[in-house]
Design a binder for this molecule. Sequence first.
Ligand SMILES: O=C(CO)COP(=O)(O)O
Length: 271
Amino acid sequence: MTTSTNGAFDRKPFIAGNWKMNMDHVQGITLLQKLAWTLSDAKHDYSRVEVAVFPPFTDLRGVQTLVQGDDLDIAYGGQDLSQFDSGAYTGDISGQFLNKLGCKYVLVGHSERRTIHNESDDVLNAKVKAAFKHGVTPVLCVGEGLEIRQAGTHVNHTLEQLRAGVAGLTADQAAELVVAYEPVWAIGTGEVAGPEDAQEMCAAIRAELGQLFGAETAAKTRLLYGGSVKANNAAAILRERDVDGLLVGGASLDPAEFASIVRFESQLVTD
Ligand SMILES: O=C(CO)COP(=O)(O)O
């Protein structure tokens, strides 16, 4: 009797918390400390499941200091970056600055950036390339809104976003890239896509990456699901073959809840 995961997990599972515009730099440190303690108490094995947090920019220096000082195994990243390297871009943050702060990852094209900041596919492609240029791994977010889901064109829509986002990447970059499927109708709504919906889209994304970069490359790219993930639905979603991890919003602000999601393997039913 072995614990059944999603079948194999040839790709290392990746659980990421997107704090969005929550947690000032003092609250952020407290949250990260509590998360680290909770995972340490549970003897979490970071070599089995990677953990990352995406705090607001203003928290990143404090997060870096805590991670370095306490030698934490938790990765962190920015929620956005500029497509430019430096210069007269008021309010923007360069990938170079994120790299200097020890960011391993950066979110690109979260639906809240696509809608509130009108970020186009071309801009997002430039951001993906800027991230690689500065040695930060992009987590490219894709996903459809409710109307598109209801019209049944969600796979085409999401694959279009994907193709635009990865245009011009090398196969090595495509293998390193993380893609997060986040259906907009499931974000912050309590409406979670079913495991089979997550699998349908992740399988389609992997097949498309296979077309573009070759199957061997696509087998390495980690695909996440995001949208109303909680401790009580995480394990079921992660059983799916092509879902390699989760991008968690609201539930990542509660260290106990987020730690339970990270520890999803303890909830998988043995068969
Ligand atoms: O947008 C999300 C993560 O990036 C998902 O947010 P929720 O988990 O709050 O639905």
